[in-house]
Design a protein around this ligand. Structure first.
Ligand SMILES: [Zn+2]
Length: 377
């Protein structure tokens, strides 16, 4: 697809609706750690291939350009250490990153949100991951009912300062969330507690328990008027992609108890972006975040974007990066996201589906305004 026109969105700010914390020290990393930011493969398993991805090549080209060094990982890392962390943080201002929504549930070793707020030049909002919370309570070996009430209390306490909740149930038992009896859920809970007490993993995979935690979260979201983000579509090798199709959320979307809870499917639900756009066009409470797919696909995200903008209301799509670790990555993703969105919008203008002004308005919504409204920033 070629476009003749140009839609100006490069001056518009972005709200990064889904990303993760910085490294404890964003300057201290080796080339191997650096490569791991650019792949969803298991750590250090793709070293011979990552350098041959468009994502990594684009990143080192643009980082090298910003730092005035060759597009070479060692030179980039050396120069970053020389110019310091303030220089890295300033890239967010240069790339008009107006706010970050940070999922603090991953990775376990990371800079605190308080420190991020101190060093970054934009507001940093917290998104609260429910499974991480539940796993931290498991080790207390509480009776089932008490476990649930502590979980609920912690969600309510978080609701006073977080802008949204997030679930990674897609990574565990899948998005086909359903109701379970108290007996089934408490049986699953006792199995988990026995495993943890025996020195086993706290990683929750038991569907009756996970679905029950999602139901409690939906109650809290309804009461406290907070959106709920779901991991959806591709991710690291831990995900069973078939279980992360957003169409599996239909029962939840149809349940009148949760009709007022705004649901955000993360990562464009890629490769299920058509399914996600369809859901966004039919269920008023369903939104689609574009993170991960935007930076990973780069210019190639134009085709999904054209389809999604063509089907879904432009109030339902939200920019995000899903990047982490280094401040500059949030800035690079913002630049790439705006460029690809401009391409998609120009194609729609070329083909008569949008006016130039209308395209810029759609761009402004997707890049920032939808997030400001949805998360009440
Ligand atoms: Zn993420």
């Amino acid at each position: 697809m070629t476009t003749e026109r140009h839609v100006a969105v490069s001056d518009l700010p972005v709200v990064d609706g889904h990303c993760h914390p910085l490294l404890p020290d964003p300057l201290e990393l080796g080339a191997g750690d650096f490569l791991n930011f650019f792949t969803e493969a298991r750590e250090d398993t793709m070293a011979g291939h990552v350098q041959h991805t468009r994502l990594l090549q684009r990143a080192i080209r643009d980082l090298g350009g910003r730092l005035g060094v060759q597009a070479d990982i060692d030179r980039i890392l050396e120069r970053r250490r020389q110019v310091g962390v303030e220089h890295a943080c300033r890239t967010l201002t240069e790339s008009r990153v107006a706010a970050l929504l940070v999922d603090t549930g991953y990775p376990p070793e990371a800079m605190s949100i308080e420190s991020m707020r101190r060093i970054l030049p934009c507001p940093v909002h917290e998104v609260f991951r429910i499974e991480t919370c539940a796993q931290s309570i498991l080790v207390r070996n509480l009776p089932y009912e008490e476990f649930l009430s502590v979980f609920r209390e912690q969600l309510h306490a978080a609701a006073t300062h977080v802008v949204a909740f997030k679930s990674i149930v897609a990574y565990r038992s899948g998005l086909a969330i359903r109701a379970w009896s108290a007996d089934q859920a408490s049986h699953a809970y006792r199995t988990v507690v026995a495993r943890v007490q025996g020195g086993g993993t706290t990683r929750l995979t038991e569907q009756p328990l996970l679905d029950t935690l999602v139901a409690i979260t939906l109650e809290v979201c309804r009461e406290r008027e907070r959106p709920l983000q779901f991991h959806s579509g591709f991710g690291d090798a831990d995900v069973d992609l078939l279980q992360s199709n957003p169409l599996l959320l239909r029962a939840l979307l149809e349940d009148p108890r949760w009709a007022s809870v705004r649901i955000v499917a993360l990562h464009m639900s890629y490769p299920y972006f058509r399914e996600a756009a369809y859901l966004a066009s039919v269920w008023p409470q369903f939104y689609v975040d574009l993170s991960l797919a935007l930076p990973f696909l780069g210019a190639g995200a134009m085709l999904p974007l054209v389809e999604m903008i063509s089907l879904a209301p432009s109030t339902k799509l939200l920019y995000g990066s899903d990047l982490r670790g280094l401040p500059e990555l949030f800035a690079l993703s913002a630049d790439w996201g705006r460029a690809t969105l401009a391409d998609a919008l120009a194609w729609l203008v070329d083909h008569g589906d949008l006016s130039g002004d209308g395209a810029r308005e759609v761009g402004r919504r997707i890049l920032a305004d939808n997030a400001i409204e949805l998360y009440r920033l």
